[in-house]
Design a protein around this ligand. Structure first.
Ligand code: GLP
Length: 240
């Protein structure tokens, strides 16, 4: 795992977007694995700014997202589908038909997971962007998730529900279940870029980068990936 320590969130965001832009500029038909959460927001802003200033085109780019809350339609303001449109896609020239995410409203869980697994097989990702949960989760793969898992439905850890409540009207509004890409599929991306910012991620960053590689810390699996870059700001790197 290559570790880059940025001075602050601004630098982290710039470095992350530089890396993603490099992929798109090299291959206009690139497949990007994208993430939600507050951490990638700065990088997404840079990508939009770059598109507007320099005309980097996403017309042929395809994207797959990590996860989606179960029970939220794509039109719901707190759905991850809506998050992606609002914070990235609407600012680019990307064709929304080329952007993929699990259907949170799918009635048949297994069918939906199988559909997404098949989709992921047909769209090998050039890069997978990730945030880091304060309990070491990646996507919604909570501690204890087997490293060989495919797309599945998870019951969110209490700490994850609490962490994510800030984006909802109240904790009771946070869905307790979600669809998530599995760890096996995250590891299949050609390149992985994981971002962590802020003091509340310092323990998880330490466990991921320096602790044992264990299913108790899902992000620790990334140390086994041949091309993984971690970009952290100083606050999140405090315990390294
Ligand atoms: C959610 C998402 C993760 C994300 C994590 C951290 O649980 N499913 O993909 O990495 O939150 O979010 P944040 O970046 O807001 O700290």
């Amino acid at each position: 795992m290559k570790i880059i320590i940025a001075d602050d969130y601004q630098e982290l965001s710039r470095r992350a977007s530089d890396l993603l832009l490099e992929v798109v500029k090299r291959d206009p038909y690139a497949v990007l694995g994208l993430a939600t959460g507050t951490t990638p927001l700065g990088a997404y802003e840079h990508m939009i700014e770059n598109h507007k200033k320099n005309g980097t085109s996403y017309l042929h780019v395809r994207t797959v997202n990590l996860d989606e809350y179960k029970g939220l339609p794509a039109s719901h303001p707190q759905s991850y589908a809506c998050f992606m449109r609002h914070n990235l896609f609407d600012g680019l020239d990307i064709d929304l038909e080329n952007t993929y995410i699990e259907n949170g409203m799918a009635a048949e869980e297994e069918e939906e997971c199988a559909r997404y697994d098949k989709l992921l097989r047909s769209l090998p990702r050039d890069v997978q962007l990730l945030g880091l949960g304060s309990n070491g989760h990646i996507a919604f793969n909570e501690p204890g998730t087997p490293f060989d898992s495919g797309t599945h439905v998870v019951t969110l850890a209490e700490s994850t529900v609490r962490d994510n409540a800030r984006l909802f009207a109240g904790i009771d509004e946070v869905p307790r279940k979600a669809f998530t890409m599995g760890i096996r599929q995250i590891m299949q991306a050609r390149r992985v870029l994981i971002l962590a910012s802020g003091a509340n991620k310092a323990d998880a960053v330490f466990c991921m980068a320096k602790g044992p590689v264990t299913e108790d810390v899902p992000a620790s699996v990334l140390r086994l990936h041949p091309d993984c870059t971690l970009i952290v700001d100083r606050a999140a790197a405090a315990k390294l």
